[in-house]
Ligand binder design. Structure first.
Ligand code: FAD
Length: 495
């Protein structure tokens, strides 16, 4: 008999709960451990996952394969098509390798929940034990509920309850990986390794990932841990002061590793707490604020788990599905290409396309600009982000978009609109960030750098012979009146 581990978006050996459990059972029973990972390209298509993220997953699977082989564990890599195919493929591998149990970590969006329910049923029918583990959140979604037993929909009280769970310390200590006693033989390891390389090369050949993106995000858990340690040493304690400044390296840039499970959230929490004498809710403001971001990550995952309609393309606040979004392809294309005329929005969109990542402040600014200033359906922006983000994570992306568009839980109220020029002046005061991505702004004086069309109108002499700066797609005050009217109309038809 063997124990089988089904890897998903938990591509690491460190503190991987399903893997730890499988090794413990196997060692106690004198069994070997096998592992499986299924590519599901048809499912990724259905979910809108872009090539950047697919490429990152594939690179990480290869790293994982090597790490598991070193520990004597065979990783079977299969192209299963979609989730239904993955259920069949894992069962086939379980049978072929005499697995008594399949260990896997739960995932929370709707299709993943459905896949796991059908897998559990298929296991029961086949006489195999399906062992579901909790791994991808610091606190599982069923553990943080209001006194009435309902899920939280507002972040601050959620975080208070979340802190109480952390204080109870139920399973948040990371677990180190230990290789199983029984190793697979060298020939089996080599054959599975060659097969994995082949499957991944075939999948990779279908992707178009810019070299700039691949170079920015080296795969592997060593890289993730190195980045975590570097961030803890250099920027964590100043995080609160610097996290909103896109020109500075003030945030951890760990999101691709956390989203693909290459880094354990418990490991991230443990490193942060160690820099704050073990505290998470008080002490150094930088550390406390950063841990609070990990709470946002859990918060949006539990939203997805408890409110499956958000996984079906629906607004969390159902009445906001009546907003009459504009269908304006020209404006949408200008937003995608970083040609709205607003430097902060355009620079951010270019950062996204060139690197597969965007600074958090700018995700909020660009998302609000699309959904509020341009009054274009947030779902189009959500899909564009999914196509480009290396860190694409359904729950965080959907939560962030619905927050920005005022359609979600705990969302920005609809009458709250960022003024994108003011955001630039506040968070990129000397224009270092916008100049990095928009070279035409190089010589524009600081006071005009976030609204160069004004300078071009008033001081044509300054720009003679230089680049021209057209006014933005829409005047912010006019846009504000338009979006407020649209939200009010939606509320009155719902009433
Ligand atoms: C419109 C929009 C879309 C977003 N899409 C995604 C996405 O697809 N994937 C993603 O991981 N994050 C997303 N975020 C959240 C956030 O912008 C990124 O997690 C963050 O910018 C990643 O950079 P970092 O690793 O340096 O974060 P840090 O500031 O160092 O934060 C540490 C970690 O906390 C988590 N985190 C931080 N902020 C949030 C948040 N608001 N919601 C959920 N988790 C958070 C991330 O895992 C992040 O790596 C989105 C936010 C918005 C407003």
């Amino acid at each position: 008999m063997t124990q089988l581990v089904w890897f998903r978006e938990d591509l690491r050996t460190d503190d991987q709960r399903a893997l730890v459990a499988a090794v413990a059972v196997a060692d106690a029973a004198g069994e070997a451990v096998h592992a499986v990972w299924c590519a599901t390209p048809a499912q990724w298509d259905a979910h809108g996952m872009g090539d950047n993220r697919r490429g990152f997953l594939l690179d990480n699977v290869l790293q994982l394969q090597a790490a598991l082989a070193e520990a004597g564990i065979v990783l079977h890599v299969v192209d299963a098509g979609d989730f239904a195919g993955s259920v069949r493929a894992v069962l086939d591998i379980a049978r072929a390798n005499g697995a008594g149990a399949v260990h896997y970590n739960e995932e929370y969006p709707l299709n993943e929940q459905r896949r796991d329910a059908s897998f559990d049923a298929a296991c029961a029918a086949a006489g195999i034990v399906g062992c579901r583990h909790h791994d991808g959140m610091l606190v599982p979604p069923r553990a943080v509920l209001t006194k009435a037993g309902t899920p939280y929909t507002v972040f601050t009280p959620y975080r208070q309850a979340w802190y109480r769970e952390l204080a109870a310390d139920g399973g948040i200590a990371p677990m180190a990986f230990r290789a199983p006693r029984q190793r697979a033989d060298a020939a089996a390891l080599a054959a599975a390794g060659a097969r994995a390389q082949q499957v991944i090369a075939e999948l990779r050949a279908r992707l178009q990932v810019p070299e700039s993106v691949r170079a920015a995000w080296p795969a592997g858990e060593h890289e993730a841990q190195r980045r975590l340690a570097g961030f803890a040493d250099e920027a964590l304690r100043d995080y609160k002061a610097r996290r909103d400044l896109p020109a500075e390296p003030g945030t951890s840039v760990l999101s691709p590793y956390l989203a693909a499970g290459v880094l354990s959230p418990r490991r991230a929490l443990a490193v942060a707490r160690a820099a704050n004498r073990g505290d998470f809710a008080e002490g150094n403001a930088g550390v406390v604020t950063w841990i609070s971001e990990l709470a946002w990550r859990d918060f949006y995952r539990q939203v997805v788990f408890h409110h499956p309609h958000v996984s079906m393309g629906r607004a969390f606040r159902r009445e906001t599905d009546r907003v009459a979004w504009r269908r304006d392809q020209r404006d949408f294309d200008a937003w995608c290409r970083g040609e709205t005329g607003i430097p902060l929005v355009d620079a951010a969109m270019r950062q996204l396309v060139a690197t597969g990542w965007m600074h958090n402040r700018l995700r909020m600014v660009t998302a609000m600009y699309l959904s509020k200033d341009l009054l274009i359906d947030w779902r189009l922006g959500e899909a564009f982000f999914a196509r480009h983000l290396v860190d694409w994570d359904f729950a965080a992306n959907n939560g962030g978009w619905q927050w920005s568009a005022s359609t979600g839980t705990d969302a920005a109220p609809y009458f709250r609109l960022f003024n994108p020029v003011r955001q630039g002046e506040r968070f990129d005061p000397d224009g270092a960030f916008v100049r990095r991505w928009l070279p035409a702004l190089a010589a524009v004086p600081e006071r005009w750098v976030h609204a160069p069309w004004l300078a071009a109108e008033k001081h044509a002499d300054l720009f003679a012979g230089g680049p021209s700066f057209a006014p933005p797609l829409i005047d912010h005050e006019r846009a504000k009146a338009r979006v407020l009217a649209a939200f009010r109309a939606a509320a009155s038809t719902a009433a």
